[in-house]
Design a protein around this ligand. Structure first.
Ligand code: AVJ
Length: 319
């Protein structure tokens, strides 16, 4: 039986400290913001899984289409013996890569959720008896250290999650990924593409209201973790396209003037009637922009694949 190792690089209380810092910082500035990583408690992760099955939310299906069509090319071009996946979650899409990479020695899933890592990791070693799995409990936006596994390494960052980072954060993130790699290693990056505004807005404001529930769930997380008294129903879900920045913004708009208490921070937060709290940006990309951001971080883009409809791209770049 192949080994399953789990390494924690995050202190047990790191999440709590980071949430406090983010909430304090985000709700005392103008305009108010909360980072999207706090959507994903157990309920939020469940809602996200539902989002990926919505008729309006095309990115997951489009990326899966590319992975299925290109897994063999990705395998041949990378020759990877170690696959590192950032934000691996359920490792659902990884299966297509693992199937195409017979030479693979070690799979390194990286996620902040220990339960997701354990579940996905155990299932994968059952399916791939010769594969080592070394899971890392870590925040991929912080400084990662990779286990000393054989190269070449392929780092996969899928789902378009890079679009949830601001441009300056993306530059820092890509440079830190580059610093983990050696010449001959590669990065497989999933990016959602600029397209018709109506298609984009519908993907973030679905008819069934699942994305609205997902957005409001961040308030429930703050209530539970920090003893706050946010009423999620006192806010409306807003999704809008920023044509200048080329990103979707999700916001929560206060339905009235209201005051929210956050006891764990000794903080009271006032919302004006109609005031908006930004909860997520989801940047959409063009090929030249992706190439440029990668080049600035020391990567050379060698392959660019899209789905048939040209909605989403996977790119492969070498270190
Ligand atoms: C897949 C995490 C990148 O930005 O599209 C889905 C999250 N937010 N609906 C995205 C999300 C609203 C998502 N990521």
């Amino acid at each position: 039986m192949s080994p399953f190792l789990l390494t924690r690089t995050l202190p047990e209380d790191a999440t709590d400290a980071a949430l406090r810092a983010d909430v304090l910082h985000g709700l005392t500035r103008t305009p108010k913001t909360l980072p999207p990583k706090w959507f994903y408690d157990a309920y939020g992760s469940e809602l996200f899984e539902k989002i990926t099955e919505l008729p309006e939310y095309y990115p997951t299906r489009a990326e899966r289409e590319i992975l299925i069509a290109r897994a063999d090319e990705i395998a041949r071009a990378s020759g990877a013996r170690t696959l590192v996946e950032l934000g691996s979650g359920s490792s659902e899409k990884t299966r297509y890569l693992l199937k195409a990479l017979p030479e693979l020695h070690t799979y390194v899933p990286v996620d902040v959720s220990e339960s997701a890592l354990t579940q996905a990791g155990q299932a994968l070693i059952g399916e791939h008896p010769d594969l080592s799995v070394h899971a890392l409990i870590a925040d991929f936006t912080g400084g990662l250290t990779l286990p000393g596994t054989p190269g070449p390494r392929l780092v996969a960052f899928l789902g378009g999650t890079i679009g949830n980072l601001l441009p300056a954060e993306r530059a820092t993130f890509l440079a830190s990924v580059r610093s983990l790699l050696s010449p001959g290693d590669a990065l497989l990056l999933g990016t959602d593409l600029v397209k018709d505004e109506s298609v984009l807005v519908a993907a973030y404001d679905d008819a069934a209201g699942v994305t609205a529930a997902f957005n409001k769930n961040v308030l429930t997380v703050v209530d539970r973790e920090l003893g706050a008294d946010f009423d999620p129903d006192a806010f409306d879900h807003v999704a809008l396209w920023d044509a200048e920045q080329e990103w979707i913004e999700m916001r929560l708009r206060s339905r009235t003037a209201q005051t929210v208490k956050i006891p764990a921070l000794d903080l009271t937060v006032d919302f004006a009637d109609g005031e908006e709290l930004r909860t997520e940006i989801s940047a959409k990309f063009r090929e030249n922009g992706v190439r440029g951001e990668l080049a600035a971080a020391g990567f050379e883009l060698t392959h660019w694949w899209t789905d048939q409809e040209g909605r989403f791209a996977l790119s492969l770049s070498t270190a």
